[in-house]
Design a protein around this ligand. Structure first.
Ligand code: CA
Length: 237
């Protein structure tokens, strides 16, 4: 292929329902992305290795092995943004709790416009994260310390009282957003915009709640304060 006409990004679409797979692929191609399709778990991992996609759209229920296992296997190879397609709204809670490393969730049935927006937001977020890393790496000591928590922005590593805490990329970004304004309440909508890069629609704030829950289980429940009906604040304890 002529390098000038090669799409800037490649998206791997993993979905066993042929009509949905094709519709998602067609729409992403129309948006200018390169698209690779897979229809089961083993096929997804093989396609990931062969095509090195920039992003993966991943259905949960798949033949062979499921989307969770696909997510685990590909994240072990290389960190890549994953948009998971879930059958039910509350399934996202379970998946976040399992910490498989998906960055965002979309509940079926979804509108193509919503999928395109989420894909664009995830790609922007990766670009922003890479830029932050470059900036942090350019100046010495890109480290935030806050009441026993220490965040190395360049290395994207976190310590709690000198013990390293292993956060998923999304949990790390969420913690960074909260740490940028310690003690202040950040609304769910603002966190959605800062961490996920998209405006909340119906049910979108559940994504924030699920990830806060997962973050609390790792850094201590009392460190993230809930302001009911408003949002969250990182306690500078
Ligand atoms: Ca399926």
């Amino acid at each position: 292929m002529d390098p000038a006409s090669r799409p800037a990004t490649t998206v791997l679409v993993v979905e066993d329902e042929p009509l949905i797979n094709q519709a998602v692929g067609d729409r992403l191609r129309a948006e200018g992305h390169g698209v690779v399709s897979a229809y089961d778990g083993p096929g997804a991992v093989a396609a990931f290795d062969e095509h090195q996609p920039d992003l993966v759209v991943l259905d949960v229920m798949l033949p062979g092995f499921d989307g969770l296992e696909v997510c685990r296997r590909i994240q072990q190879r290389r960190p890549v943004p994953v948009l998971m397609l879930t059958a039910r709204d509350d399934e996202a809670d379970v998946l976040v709790g399992l910490g498989v490393g998906a960055d965002d969730y979309l509940t079926k049935p979804f509108r193509m416009r919503e999928l395109v927006a989420r894909v664009a937001a995830l790609l922007r977020r990766v670009e922003r994260a890479q830029q932050l890393v470059r900036e942090a790496a350019a100046k010495p000591g890109g480290v935030v310390a806050l009441g026993g928590l220490r965040l190395d922005l360049g290395a994207r590593r976190t310590w709690l009282l000198d013990a390293e805490v292993h956060l998923t990329p999304t949990e790390f970004d969420l913690l960074c957003a909260l740490a940028s304004a310690p003690g202040q309440v950040l609304t769910r909508e603002r966190l959605l915009a800062e961490v996920w890069g998209w405006d909340g629609g119906a049910g979108a704030t559940r994504t924030v709640d699920s990830h806060v829950k997962a973050l609390r289980s790792k850094i201590g429940a009392d460190r993230v304060r809930t302001v009911h009906g408003v949002g969250y604040a990182l306690e500078a304890v």
